[in-house]
Design a protein around this ligand. Structure first.
Ligand code: PLP
Length: 394
């Protein structure tokens, strides 16, 4: 790629990071190897000293994985990226690589359920204090920031009912604490929201979702400045070992070649579906970040492009109503996954969020009738027809 002018996004996604082997393959090569060899003992010595470039061991890095990391850096506008074996490996490392006993972590209570488990169940075992706030309430962030804060883990739009956290405002509030702000940007996708430009220090992804985009692999990524990656994450990942398979990295990097075509199409379909069902008599309310009636619309509108590829809505009749809707779907699948080419519908209260008490679910807006829909790449009119015929059965 020409180094002179900066290529546009689509070009970067297709061509960025390519590092061809001497065979000059067109498609990126999969380096399925756990280790690397050296021409001499002196060369091994120099590699380990860091004075000679090159790979050392599969847990530390791999040429195929590096292509994925370079593409992600271009997409996110980040200085450095490290990829790992799942989204949760990325989230876990993004927190554990920073905190120590005695530190305090703040997070909104509306989080992907495993992220919440990491904070409310795992971290306290190591003497890390965790305070959960209602993410949309800046006064709660202000109150929480009166004591020292080492790290904040934020998700916006949040799982599952797509609430917003005002990233710029929270970054301003946390600035005096020196806290590292980590944003899980999975629901927005890198095409619609740029947390690093809004005051976040670290962005994490489950590449399992829209980056793979076809529901094939697990993967995760941590993106940040080179200084933060070097200080907090590089050694943590090398020595704890949540490495991604080069094969999975290859699937995901091929997925990235089309993300700029897929995600906007999914977002456009999501917006159409949200509008098409909003007035349906079996719908209590639609929660789509792109609609004017979303309670956090103002915040979503200022930091996110469009409404994103996920919709939440509440079916009348509580859990029984939601179950009748899900069981009535003929095209869309019931699944707790998201970000696939196939549209997938979830009942959070009995699956992803079943660990929470009913009260805790109510506090983050997960009612018994709530459904989350991950919009895929099918024809939008088929999706609308399927959702409406399933609602009619409720
Ligand atoms: C899926 C997801 C994760 C976890 O990713 P895995 O790849 O399943 O480990 C974390 N955060 C969000 C918002 C997710 O959607």
């Amino acid at each position: 790629m020409s180094k002179k002018k900066s290529p546009r996004l689509a070009t970067q996604l297709v061509r960025g990071g390519i590092n061809r082997s001497p065979h000059k393959e067109t498609a990126e090569a999969i380096f399925m190897t756990s280790g690397f060899v050296y021409d001499s003992a002196e060369e091994a010595d120099a590699r380990f000293a860091g004075t000679s470039p090159g790979y050392l061991y599969g847990r530390y890095g791999n040429p195929t994985i590096r292509i994925l990391e370079e593409k992600l850096m271009l997409l996110e506008g980040a200085e450095e990226c490290l990829c790992v074996g799942s989204g949760m490996a990325a989230v876990t490392a993004s927190v554990m690589g920073v905190v120590k006993a005695g530190d305090r972590v703040i997070a909104p209570r509306a989080l992907f359920s495993s992220c919440l488990w990491l904070l409310d169940t795992y971290l306290p075992r190591f003497g890390v204090e965790v305070e959960l706030v209602d993410g949309e309430d800046l006064d709660q962030w202000r109150e929480a920031a009166k004591k020292p804060v080492r790290l904040a883990l934020i998700e916006t739009p949040s799982n599952p009912v797509l609430g917003a956290v005002d990233l710029k405002a929270v970054a301003e509030i946390l600035k005096p604490t020196g806290a590292i702000i980590v944003v899980d940007n999975v629901f927005a996708t890198p095409l619609n929201q740029k947390p690093l430009e809004l005051g976040a220090h670290v962005v994490v992804y489950s590449t399992t979702k829209h980056m793979d985009g076809q529901g094939r692999t697990l993967g995760g990524a941590i993106l940040s400045s080179k200084a933060i990656i070097d200080e907090h994450y590089r050694d943590f990942l090398r020595h704890t070992g949540p490495a991604i398979s080069p094969f999975n990295a290859w699937v995901i990097l091929k997925g990235l070649e089309t993300i700029h075509l897929r995600v906007p199409a999914q977002c456009a379909s999501a917006a159409k579906i949200a509008d098409a069902i909003a007035a349906h008599p079996k719908i209590a309310r639609v929660l789509y970040p792109g609609r004017a009636d979303h309670p956090h619309r103002a915040v979503h509108a200022k930091q996110m492009k469009g409404g994103g590829p996920l919709i939440a809505f509440e079916v009348k009749g509580g859990q029984a109503g939601a179950f009748r809707f899900l069981n009535g779907l003929e095209l869309i699948d019931i699944s707790n996954n998201l970000g696939d080419a196939k549209s997938l519908a979830t009942h959070p209260a009995t699956t992803t969020h079943r660990r929470l008490t009913e009260e805790a679910r109510a506090r983050i807006g997960v009612s018994p009738g709530a459904v989350r829909l991950s919009v895929g790449l099918e024809d939008v009119d088929d999706l609308i027809e399927d959702v409406i015929q399933a609602l009619d059965k409720v």
